[in-house]
Structure formats: structure tokens, C-alpha cells
Design a protein around this ligand. Structure first.
Ligand code: ATP
Length: 201
């Protein structure tokens, strides 16, 4: 994925002031920044949900996007969500989704309605839906919100496995305690990305 000179503003509030980077294959990248610095705005632009005021985003292949706000239909079960996204992604089977569910440890909830799931389990489903078509690039906005410690560790195992298979993962967070797990860490500050020293994270 190649991002060139991306700018964005809401009315007079300038949020992004020239973002440039390339996401190479097989890399784990993090973006940290304080609340309100524009991390979600950047991810929405990368995912095509928001059009930048200026600049361009070029995708080298299919990507997956896990937004900060969980987007599920409370009336549908986990199985029905998987069936819906399988059709949308035109997948032959749900083998990959099953593997992700296994890793995140929520296969027992397959016939539960989304509206009855706990916050952490809803997030597991959210991550699974973003990952189930095995995209080349994965964009994750605060992906482990609500995860218990065990699931949090499993999430990073999953991310490491994706990297080994040449996938590229971009994780956005307001906390930088995952620094040592990443190949690259950037800080979004003043509308620009700066390389963040791991020690200072
Ligand atoms: N739709 C919108 N209209 C107007 N202002 C917005 C809109 N969305 C975001 N903003 C403003 O833009 C700035 C950046 O918001 P954004 O959600 O991208 O930040 P963030 O870094 O993801 O924050 P957090 O860590 O709290 O999730 C904030 O000042 C926010 O109030």
C-alpha cells in the first residue's frame, strides 16, 4: 500500500497535514497518537471510507479493515454474519474464518446472536470479519479493545503468523505498549507521522 501526501480537515480543523508512507509486504506496523490526533481519520481514508481532501492511497491487493466502532447486526448470529460476509467476499468456504475463530477462542458462540455477545466477543467477531478473506493488507483500528489478556496474546500470535505469510498489518492504537512486537512504529502528531523510538514509546 502506498500513501502519498494525504491531507484532511473537518471544516477549519486540519487533522492530517501530509501523510506519506509505504506498507511493505510481511511487516507489522503501528501508528500511535493521543486521543483526537486523527488516527481513525487516517484509517478511514486508507480503507476508502473517507475521501482525503488531498493526496492518494494506492492498494496493491485486497485489504481488510476493522473499524474502531464494531459494526454488527444485533439480530444476526455469528454464523449468519459469517455467511453474509462469505457471500460479500465471494469465498468458496469458511476455512480461514474458522481458523481465526479458533485462534481467538470463540467458536462456541457460533449460534449466538451478536446482540447477546459480550463486548470482547463482539470485537473478536469484528476482527474475524476483517480477516476472513485473507487479505494482503490488514488495517486494524484499536483491534484488541475489550480483549482479555489471553486473547490479546493470541491476537499478536495471529498477527505474527500473518506477517510470516507475507501479509502486511497496520495497527492503530492510542497506547504504544506493543512497540516491541512491531517492525515499525510511527507517532501521529500535528497531522504528520514521525518515527517513534521504541524506548520512548
Ligand atoms: N466527522 C467528523 N466531523 C468533525 N470533526 C471530526 C469528525 N471526525 C473526527 N473529527 C475530529 O477530528 C479529530 C481527529 O479525530 P479521530 O477520530 O480521527 O482521532 P483519533 O486519533 O482516532 O482519536 P481516538 O484516539 O480518541 O480514537 C478530532 O478532533 C475529532 O473531534
Amino acid at each position: 500500500m502506498e500513501v502519498v501526501d494525504v491531507h484532511h480537515h473537518y471544516g477549519k480543523r486540519r487533522v492530517l497535514r501530509g501523510i506519506d508512507f509505504t506498507l511493505p509486504a510481511g511487516a507489522l506496523t503501528g501508528v500511535v497518537g493521543e486521543n483526537g490526533t486523527g488516527k481513525s481519520t487516517l484509517l478511514k481514508i486508507l480503507a476508502g471510507e473517507l475521501r482525503p481532501a488531498r493526496g492518494s492511497v494506492r492498494h496493491g491487493g485486497p485489504f481488510g479493515y476493522c473499524p474502531q466502532k464494531v459494526v454488527l447486526n444485533d439480530a444476526l448470529t455469528v454464523r449468519q454474519h459469517l455467511a453474509y460476509f462469505r457471500a460479500a467476499f465471494r469465498l468458496d468456504d469458511l476455512a480461514h474464518a474458522g481458523e481465526v475463530m479458533e485462534v481467538l477462542g470463540f467458536t462456541d458462540y457460533i449460534d449466538e446472536r451478536a446482540g447477546l455477545l459480550s463486548g470482547g466477543t463482539r470485537q473478536k467477531l469484528n476482527v474475524t470479519l476483517a480477516l476472513m478473506h485473507d487479505p494482503q493488507v490488514l488495517l486494524l483500528d484499536e483491534p484488541y479493545q475489550g480483549f482479555d489478556w489471553e486473547t490479546y496474546l493470541r491476537f499478536w500470535d495471529l498477527a505474527a503468523r500473518l506477517r510470516e505469510r507475507g501479509r502486511s498489518v497496520l495497527v492503530v492504537s492510542h497506547l504504544a505498549y506493543d512497540a516491541e512486537r512491531l517492525d515499525t512504529l510511527w507517532r501521529l502528531d500535528g497531522g504528520r507521522l514521525r518515527t517513534q523510538e521504541r524506548g520512548a514509546a
